[in-house]
Design a protein around this ligand. Structure first.
Ligand SMILES: [Zn+2]
Length: 397
């Protein structure tokens, strides 16, 4: 970890100040801080924000570096899942190379913390996990990567997957994943009992993909709540997407949101324009921890996206009809400090004692920085300069 003094920055768009990072932490924010031999970077009046947090992505899936993928995939979830397995085989997709490409692209955009769901299935076994773990090793000090062992192809419908998830946790995955216990596995009890048992065995948390909408999604949420209560796993179980929290019937969705608050269930969104999503303001009002991510991008699932969490803050704002500057600041919080908090990292704020992750962005205000999302001038991870002028310093493979 390097010490660094950033001068003439505007923390969160406020008055100019210097930011001193020592031993990877923010040691001081104020006027005219003495350098005392520390490396100095002049922010030139740019806005300083905390490191961006991509709390939901799939580093092993991106086709970055390949020619444009001509997508002819069918409309159902299972079509996309089956297609992806076939393409992976055809391309011989290397999860290490792809995760390096995506991670470094994200670093250029100012992301310093990532939660990635990595495919574990009976086709490819644990090879994607090994690849992403290698990326995590190589990018230590550049970007922090948290890994969810993710049964993308189903759990109960593909015998042998549970054993692979168990092994993935032994190898060093951080969380157990899950996927649509009704819609995908058609065995919600089997699916949820299995992932909760694996999590309990390894003393780890859970992050479940729940695309199930409406009443079906609400049913799965209730089953997740039951298990959190029974096993005392409050604060340890997150739900990604949670489209059912965007149910038009507010009586039903508010009850689910209130239970998420009661049982401390963090929610992660990708703010997809095509789906009903949990409302940022309603989750905020209820006190539910809330993060956002870019999800997979430029992969067999879809052509959109680039890894930019500042752009995602804009999409989150558009999806949630946020127009006021104070509302845009809420969207940025979800994509930085709030997202980190949803990942159980409490010291990811631009304040003394916080992690020395700082990004310099362009704009008169935070609102303008989000809306224009121009190339990031500087990206700092724990006091190390890791990106400049929109690109990571380390070249992409
Ligand atoms: Zn996902």
């Amino acid at each position: 970890m390097t010490d660094l003094l950033i001068t003439n920055a505007r923390p969160m768009g406020g008055a100019e100040a210097d930011i001193l990072i020592k031993d990877g932490r923010i040691a001081e924010i104020g006027a005219n801080i003495a350098a005392n031999g520390v490396t100095v970077e002049d922010a030139g009046g740019r806005i300083a924000i905390p490191g961006l947090v991509d709390a939901h992505t799939h580093l092993d899936k991106s086709l970055l570096g390949y020619p444009w993928y001509v997508n002819t995939v069918g409309p159902r979830l299972i079509d996309k899942i089956d297609n992806e397995r076939a393409v992976k085989r055809e391309y011989g997709l290397d999860a290490h190379v792809q995760s390096m490409r995506q991670s470094l692209q994200s670093v250029g955009y100012g992301t310093t913390l990532i939660r990635t769901h990595v495919d574990i299935d009976t086709d490819q076994g644990l090879i994607a996990l090994e690849g992403v773990m290698e990326t995590r090793r190589q990018l230590e000090g550049v970007v922090e990567i948290e890994i969810v062992a993710f049964p993308q192809s189903g759990l109960m419908r593909r015998p042998g997957t549970a054993e692979l998830l168990d092994k993935a946790m032994e190898m060093g995955a951080d969380l157990v994943g899950g996927l649509d216990p009704c819609g995908m596995d058609r065995d919600p009890k089997g699916h949820l009992d299995t992932i909760f048992a694996i999590a309990e065995k390894h003393g780890k948390g859970i992050d479940i993909h729940l695309h199930e909408g409406g009443e079906l999604g609400a049913f799965s949420m209730e089953m997740i709540f039951e298990r959190i209560r029974a096993m005392g796993m409050q604060g340890k179980v997150a739900v990604s997407h949670a489209f059912c929290l965007g149910l038009p019937d507010w009586n039903v969705s508010q009850a689910l949101i209130d239970t998420c608050a009661e049982l401390d269930v963090p929610i992660f969104t990708t703010a997809p324009p095509s789906r009903e999503v949990p409302s940022l303001k309603r989750l905020h009002a209820a006190g539910v921890r809330f993060g956002a991510g870019v999800d997979g991008f430029r992969d067999t699932w879809g052509p959109y996206g680039n890894g930019d969490m500042l752009e995602r803050a804009m999409l989150l704002g558009m999806k949630n009809n946020l127009r006021r500057d104070d509302e845009l600041a809420m969207a940025l919080d979800v994509c930085t400090t709030g997202g980190a908090l949803a990942m159980d990292r409490s010291a990811h704020a631009l304040e003394v004692g916080g992690r020395g992750d700082v990004v310099l962005v362009e704009g008169e205000s935070v609102g303008e920085a989000i809306v224009t999302h121009q190339p990031r001038k500087l990206v700092v991870t724990a006091g190390n300069i890791v990106g400049r002028d929109g690109a990571s310093l380390r070249a992409r493979p």
